[in-house]
Design a protein around this ligand. Structure first.
Ligand SMILES: C[S@@+](CC[C@H](N)C(=O)[O-])C[C@H]1O[C@@H](n2cnc3c(N)ncnc32)[C@H](O)[C@@H]1O
Length: 261
């Protein structure tokens, strides 16, 4: 493979299911209008007209989101977010970084390329929900990018297979909001467990109160534990994306949690 293929956060099956759903709803609507009479015709026509509109909206949104996130499209939002997050990691020779939920390897590889004398590990669960992502895809992408200082291994963010204080930096992008847990602050603490004293972190995600609870008190707790320069930076004010774009793509409340242990 000569070119990396980071795939898309919107899987192709979403577009396919939108197209099939729209076509089936419209065909059934036409069949009911042509063949039925009376109340059945009225009820089924209304139901399938509504279904057609909803499926069509879903299809159009999937195509818009797919194009926005595409690495080869015009907007390249995923690439912008990855590169900007990677920009927060500065490693010296021999230091190591961990990317949690590395997907297709984009952020781990971006950090590795920016810090060629450091070593990066990308880990992911590689479950069913992002079936296009795999450890092999990550390795192929690293090879295509000529990034020899990055390796990949399987690992779950909720119980990382790494020692306490192993890494000089930890990064992650849009992973924890996907994890079905009531306590995402616990997942953050599990991440920070692997960080050395003096190490830095840059974690980008949808930090809504609904998903994370009270992040102000979490940040105060980190300061009490001795962490420094902890900040939750809004990335939907033009920094990574516009507010309008974040609403359209369901990325409202995207923020970058940064700091030093
Ligand atoms: C939206 S993708 C983001 C991938 C990558 N971070 C990026 O920026 O391109 C979410 C990723 O989180 C991973 N993931 C979800 N739950 C996980 C868990 N409990 N542990 C590790 N990875 C997980 C998924 O497998 C998927 O690769």
């Amino acid at each position: 493979m000569n070119q990396p293929d980071y795939k898309n956060w919107i899987p192709k099956w979403m577009i396919c299911s939108g197209a099939v759903g729209t076509a089936v709803s419209v065909i059934l609507l036409l069949i009911f209008i042509i063949t039925l009479r009376g109340t059945a015709r009225a009820v089924l026509s209304i139901v399938f007209a509504l279904a057609s509109v909803l499926m069509c909206v879903y299809l159009v949104w999937s195509v818009i989101a797919y194009n926005a996130f595409s690495y080869t499209g015009r907007r390249r939002l995923s690439k912008d977010i990855i590169e900007s997050t990677a920009g927060f990691v500065k490693l010296e020779s021999g230091q190591t970084a961990l990317d949690i939920g590395c997907g297709s390897g984009a952020l781990a590889i971006a950090v590795a390329k920016r810090n060629p004398s450091a070593k990066v590990i990308g880990c992911d669960r590689w479950g069913k929900e992002y079936a296009e992502f795999s450890m092999k895809l990550c390795a192929d992408n690293a090879k295509a990018e000529k990034a020899e200082n990055v390796v990949f291994q399987k690992g779950d963010a909720t119980a990382l297979p790494f020692a306490d204080e192993q890494f000089d930096a930890v990064v992650s992008n849009y992973v924890y909001h996907n994890i079905p847990t009531k306590d995402r602050q616990a997942v953050l603490l599990e991440t920070l467990r692997t960080l050395k004293k003096g190490g830095t972190f840059a974690i980008h995600d949808i930090f809504s109160r609904q998903k994370y609870g009270d992040m102000d008190s979490f940040i105060r707790k980190l300061y009490d534990m001795g962490y420094e320069k902890v900040e939750l930076i809004n990335t939907t004010n033009g920094r990574f994306m516009s507010a309008k774009e974040s609403k359209l793509l369901f990325l409202r409340e995207s923020k970058l949690l940064v700091g030093k242990k």
